[in-house]
Design a protein around this ligand. Sequence first.
Ligand SMILES: C[S@@+](CC[C@H](N)C(=O)[O-])C[C@H]1O[C@@H](n2cnc3c(N)ncnc32)[C@H](O)[C@@H]1O
Length: 277
Amino acid sequence: MPGGEHGKKSAGGTFLFWRHLSHKEGKITLAGLNQETSAVGESGAAMFQKSWSIYDALSEKNYMHHREIYARVEEWLGQRGGEAYSILDLGCGNARFLAPCLKKHPPAMYVGVDLSAAALEEAKEHLGSLLHVALRQEEMVEALKKSKSRFEVIFSGYALHHLDAAKKVKFLTLCLERLAPGAALLLVDVVREEGESREAYIERYLEFMRRDWAEVPGHELAEACAHVQAHDFPETESALRGMGEKAGFARMNRLARFGPHQLWELQTEEKSRMGKG
Ligand SMILES: C[S@@+](CC[C@H](N)C(=O)[O-])C[C@H]1O[C@@H](n2cnc3c(N)ncnc32)[C@H](O)[C@@H]1O
């Protein structure tokens, strides 16, 4: 791998990978993230523990609009005007779709957090040419609690809906604490229709998967459906806005929407009252 790589297994079992392109210092700053391990195997990450292949196959087919959403993420990063920034990616998976955006707008530091060792192993390859990369196998709320660093951008793609409502608020509150002044949280996630129950949403989403995800092999589709049924807890727009407000974000803007697949920007600064973007 270009730039050299060092890996370490901490006493608690957390795998840590870091890269320093110049080879000079060896170990890079770990952005304040504690190296102690935390619970691995949270239910929402179960499908991603063994293998990354099912998710890779369905994102490759663009069933969850990764292409359009990440194109907007890339555009958003470009609008920062080339200012130096560090980015924390919570539930980073293999970073396959974020990596090309970062290559166009390279951060001074990228920290990726995920529970899946299989995904992190692949992330090392996808993030290959970036200068400073740290990957942590850790539960994302625990990682936020331990972090002492501030980031100009926090990103989280299709991971928040795995948390229950109380933990979502905790996640957002901790994100705000870890954001530098004027920084923003970019959130990609599935969102329920207003007034739609979780049960009705799951029924609708499973119907969509069985109808439209035609190129996913039957047994993998069944596994993906079981994962959604057991572990997806998306919020409605109003609930999400309420959570953002409770956490202390000043404003929430929806940047892209493809049915339930949406991209949100949560701003730290009080430019105006939080409202529809
Ligand atoms: C659907 S994948 C999304 C991957 C990538 N961010 C994307 O946008 O394509 C969700 C990822 O979140 C991780 N994940 C789920 N719950 C998590 C948690 N509580 N802490 C850390 N990672 C979690 C899973 O292991 C998985 O890699």
